[in-house]
Write a protein that binds this ligand. Structure first.
Ligand SMILES: [Zn+2]
Length: 416
């Protein structure tokens, strides 16, 4: 492992998932002639593949070329992320980075359109399962999978792309994305779906390049990214609209369930706005927070829809005006209770774990049942709890929302 890849490993990033391990099984030497022919085949194939999209005047040949050179980071590959990743892969976005901390379960299959029953049976990490499916949809793009929890330490590396798409289910991660993207002048797109409700908002921060007072040289260097197209006037950021996370009666997938169609609407709008940006047309991007209730029409019998303008940043906003990046500094980062799963994630333990050694240790314990590993994660059951452990030391404890209990189970089986 190289120095840089071991550094990524310490950040909870698995650097080894951007090529299919099984692809190494039967490689035969390739001649220069083979290479030239296969490049030509790929070009002809791609011309066919994208022909209908190129016909659309908003994209055209030039837009298609730009898409091929674009890099999008997708945070969360659950329902929204799977739909958005599928759309962008088919549209020919050249490089997708997928970041997800979770694994595929049977209850995901109703709406997480990239996954199938085999993924759920194998409890494959979502990022890797999605990468494998996307490779079968479009082999001419590059997909990188990171089985990781987005955290202040790894966010600058993982989100180094032209555009960041929020496909998460929690505001803690969204504030982290907002901090990083506002700091670095990188656009991102919020998307959310619960019940029959879908919402999305484009965040276009002040572009990087304008030096900020007191900013260290290293920060200026980190703000560099590849997008070299035109920019639009800044919009409001997430913290302009939601200075703190909505709470109280906020419904979650837990309480309200979710319709696959609402997810796909949010993903569709998000992906379309992404295509505008990546084809260098940010002036066409919506400057609003738009939401829909797909189930219950309003009194006039029309689609229940609301749209509020986000065209201007809010004076005094802690993030985009005062540039106080609390989420990025990692202040008060709590354990996370996951949506819809009655579970707690333990993520402060960033120490690598040898899953094979842990498995054989657990198999000697009478109280542990069903210890099984698939190379990317290890799962086992104790009493009514199921623990899922990842190689970076992160764990999901299912069967409780009690953080103290989850922590003690973690310490008991994995050490503190
Ligand atoms: Zn703001």
């Amino acid at each position: 492992m190289s120095a840089s890849s071991s550094a990524l490993g310490m950040l909870g990033v698995n650097p080894n998932l951007d090529s299919d391990p099984s692809a190494n099984a039967a490689i035969k030497p390739e001649t220069a002639g083979d290479k030239a022919r296969s490049a030509l085949d790929a070009a002809i194939w791609d011309r066919e593949r994208y022909s209908r999209q190129v016909l659309f005047p908003g994209v055209g040949e030039a837009g298609q070329q730009l898409l091929g050179h674009a890099h999008v980071a997708i945070v969360g590959v659950g329902a929204t992320g799977a739909a958005t990743a599928g759309l962008l892969a088919r549209a020919g976005v050249g490089h997708l980075t997928l970041i997800d901390r979770d694994f595929v379960e049977p209850s995901n299959l109703q709406r997480q359109t990239l996954f199938d029953e085999e993924d759920a049976l194998a409890a494959l990490p979502k990022a890797e399962a999605a990468r494998r499916h996307l490779a079968r949809i479009n082999s001419s793009i590059h997909v990188t999978a990171h089985i990781a929890d987005l955290a202040p330490q790894n966010a600058p590396q993982l989100l180094a792309a032209d555009l960041v798409l929020d496909c998460t289910d929690n505001f803690e991660t969204r504030y982290l994305i907002n901090d990083l993207c506002v700091r670095d002048g990188r656009p991102w797109i919020y998307a959310a779906a619960v019940g029959a409700y879908a919402a999305t908002m484009n965040i276009l921060p002040k572009p990087a390049g304008e030096a900020q007072p007191g900013e260290a040289e290293a920060d200026t260097a980190r703000r560099q990214y590849e997008y070299r197209g035109p920019t639009a006037d800044p919009t409001a950021c997430l913290a302009c609209i939601f200075p703190s996370a909505p709470s109280g009666n906020l419904e979650t997938c837990d309480t309200a369930g979710i319709l696959s169609t609402a997810v796909n609407l949010a993903a569709s709008i998000q992906a379309t706005e992404a295509l505008k940006y990546l084809t260098h047309q940010p002036h066409l991007m919506r400057r609003s927070l738009v939401s829909f209730d797909l189930w219950t029409p309003n009194a006039q019998g029309t689609l229940a829809r609301s749209e509020i303008s986000t065209g201007n940043p809010r004076t005094g906003c802690e993030v985009c005006d005062q540039r106080n990046f609390r989420a990025l500094s990692g202040e008060q980062r709590p354990h996370i209770t996951l949506c819809g799963r009655n579970s707690v994630q333990i993520h402060q333990h960033q120490h690598p774990i040898d899953l094979a050694a842990l498995k054989s240790r657990l198999e000697r314990l009478e109280e542990v049942r069903n210890a099984r590993a698939n190379g990317l994660l290890l799962r086992f059951t104790y009493s009514i709890y199921t623990l899922t452990v990842f190689p970076d030391g992160r764990a999901l404890v299912q069967g409780t929302t009690d953080v103290g209990l989850a922590r003690s189970l973690y310490a008991r089986f994995l050490g503190s």
